[in-house]
Write a protein that binds this ligand. Sequence first.
Ligand code: FAD
Length: 669
Amino acid sequence: MTAHLISARLQNRSVYSRRSFATDASSGSPNPDPNSTSSTPPPRRRTLFRRLFIFSKYTLYLSLTSVVGLVVLTSFLFIHDLFTYTSRHVDRVPMNPLALHLERGGPKNLPIARVLVDDDEDEDMHRIARDKPRLVVVGGGWGAMGVLQTLHLGDYHVTVVSNETFTTFTPLLPSAAVGTIQIRSLIEPIRKIVARLRGHFVNGKAVDVDFGQRLIEIECVGNGERVYIPYDKLIIAVGSTSSTHGVPGLEHCFQLKTIADAQAIRRRVMDNFEIASLPTTSPSERKRLLSFVVCGGGPTGVETAAEIFDFCQEDIMNYFPKICREEVSIHVIQSRGHILNTYSEAISQYAEDKFKRDGVNLITNARVAAVTPEHVIYTSKNEDGKMEQHTIPTNFTLWSTGIAMNPFAKRVTQLLPNQFHKKAIEVDAHLRVKGTPQGTVYAVGDAATIETSLVSHFLEFVEEADQNKDGKIDFDEWEVMVNRIKQKIPMAEDHVSKAREIFTMYDVNGDNALELNELVKLLEDLGNKITSLPATAQVASQQGKYIGKKLNKLARRMERQEQEQKMETTQPSAGSATANTSSESSRNLILIPDEAISAPFRYFHLGSLAYIGNAAVFDLGKYSFMGGLAAMYAWRSVYWNEQVSVRTRALLMIDWIVRGVWGRDLSRL
Ligand SMILES: Cc1cc2nc3c(=O)[nH]c(=O)nc-3n(C[C@H](O)[C@H](O)[C@H](O)COP(=O)(O)OP(=O)(O)OC[C@H]3O[C@@H](n4cnc5c(N)ncnc54)[C@H](O)[C@@H]3O)c2cc1C
């Protein structure tokens, strides 16, 4: 039996060795066994068979793994659904009676929501509500998201107040306005974001505030009722509104700041094309309907014009009568000499050349005088330097010419004595609202502007620097003052770097010291050179994150202080300790100055980008990058990466694929 097996194996081995020899032959080496050649197919056919075999094998593997993958995925979805769609029910939710019967008070004797309906829902919520300082964030945009994404769970009793229930990814609003991406891909519910912090959301509009009693007045969305929400720390992140420049007829314009604006624009654009395609529409009316006017050559105006152009090229061309595409006209009216004038000159030029090639009508150095339901009237200088008035018939005008103060921000500045800025709430280098009680109110984003005036700190600077009290500042004292200026107004840092040069320049009488009048002039001039930060998502987000980190540090510091205090004092009775914890925390919070826990806010500019129609431009400070498809994909990647949630990332990706394969949805909803 054993001998039989051995002989069989030997025979097999000889078969294997022949096969390998034959394979050698097929690869080009001579075959020493003529018999083996006669019994196998010619080498080329054998290679083909072998390739076919390998191909079939891998196709089979791929199909099998796909089937297994699908089965696993479907099972996972079924199992997930099994748990999602359970008939869970809640019984007897614990609730503080004070949440149902709000006490009244405050300057207007309104209900005060000291306890919220979900404060006692579970042990964690109850502990946070009882022990932690109250942090109220007003607004749900970039600034607010920066704060919420940075805060640590359990350090604060967080309440977000916003008139919209979602946060919006504003940079892609122009794409949503023509249906390149769906509206839903740009928004994330605030409740989902605040849930990470076991926080609360109140759908309301902040209308007033009492800084003394630390109460913010909210007008609830839906029923319009007013209520106070108390705070220990308040963060104002209400953004801005569009500036009007006093132009009459702006009620006939569209704006692009919110999701509702994007939806309205999309409807109007679709209506215009549909009506222009009707057999009853006259040629002149068709021209008017297909004329799109954008007032403002900044990034929002330029991107919207580019998106409308893309829409015409890619979808109108294919699915609407060709006359519609032919008669479309897009006009961009810009008051300055160039569009994208805050970007580098090369970028501005590139965008202008691209628009010229695309047939977009750029009207520079022009001012819009009025807007009517059927026209835009603007003035510009003719070749002789005389002002001329022009009229563009249109049924779509977008107004995008800068920002103005949000009504709540305006109310805040009216309540405070030292707020003079016309467009935003003035904050110091720690983002504290100037004039409010120390460490209680901060403002971030478009609603805030960091003070740049040095002269308003004149007395303070002199008092600290004039060490010999002779009423003059010598060079050593000036160096002390320079350090103080850098701490107080970090944005002045670059302007005071050449301390000796500045000192000599302003020491007019050459006595090697700055007299007070010389110093006033110096501080005034320096202040005028400092430029405010731009109203961008980048600034708002960095400021929000800065505040979030500061509050985290504050919470750690507070915890340490409380532990030290507990160790120092004799053990109080359990009841009184619990009752006082929250108020003690709040008091301690306010006693710790911001300077003790964080450096002033510093902005790091990461670059600016804009979409200009199947092309994009990047202004990275020293370098500029602009181009077609590659730049567009880089632009998309940046925005994809900046999304607040994985859900919106997935939706955005799907939208871009769907548009690429099937084009935009042309339904008018
Ligand atoms: C179309 C468009 C494109 C843009 N593109 C870019 C870009 O590419 N890059 C860039 O850096 N920046 C861009 N920006 C600018 C950027 O969106 C803003 O600078 C940024 O949104 C400012 O953030 P914020 O938190 O201050 O305000 P916002 O993001 O505007 O948020 C304000 C929030 O406050 C809420 N709110 C308003 N009033 C009240 C109230 N009284 N009570 C309660 N809640 C209130 C609003 O509902 C909103 O949730 C763009 C802006 C627009 C409009």
